[in-house]
Design a binder for this molecule. Structure first.
Ligand SMILES: [Zn+2]
Ligand SMILES: [Zn+2]
Ligand SMILES: [Zn+2]
Length: 106
């Protein structure tokens, strides 16, 4: 097969992380190394601390508490009210609204 202007045995064209051949699936390049879709996302994308899914280009996101969040995931851990642009508190990395700032079970 041909990829990256080189010829590879299909069995030698492997994901740099999990060492699995790509077959016909998508891959991404990073630093000259090919990665499968799954590893590329795991290794190189920013993950939302709320839902654990990657924050993709074009997604609205918030940087807070040392993490990145989708704007829709930055919610109070107790009542789930959206905290974007609101005063918020935190406990164990989780955002809390003013009303639940002292919630014990988060
Ligand atoms: Zn992989
Ligand atoms: Zn999220
Ligand atoms: Zn709340």
């Amino acid at each position: 097969m041909h990829a990256l202007r080189q010829t590879w045995h299909p069995g030698c064209f492997l994901c740099a992380a999990c060492k699995k051949p790509f077959g016909n699936s998508l891959f991404h390049m990073e630093d000259g190394e090919p990665y499968c879709e799954r590893d590329y996302i795991t290794l190189f994308s920013t993950k939302c601390h709320g839902c654990d899914f990657p924050v993709e280009a074009g997604d609205k996101f918030i940087e807070a508490l040392g993490h990145t969040w989708h704007d829709t995931c930055f919610i109070c851990a107790v009542c789930h009210v959206n905290l974007e642009g609101q005063p918020f508190y935190s406990k164990k990395d989780k955002p809390l609204c003013k009303k639940h700032a002292h919630a014990i079970n988060v």
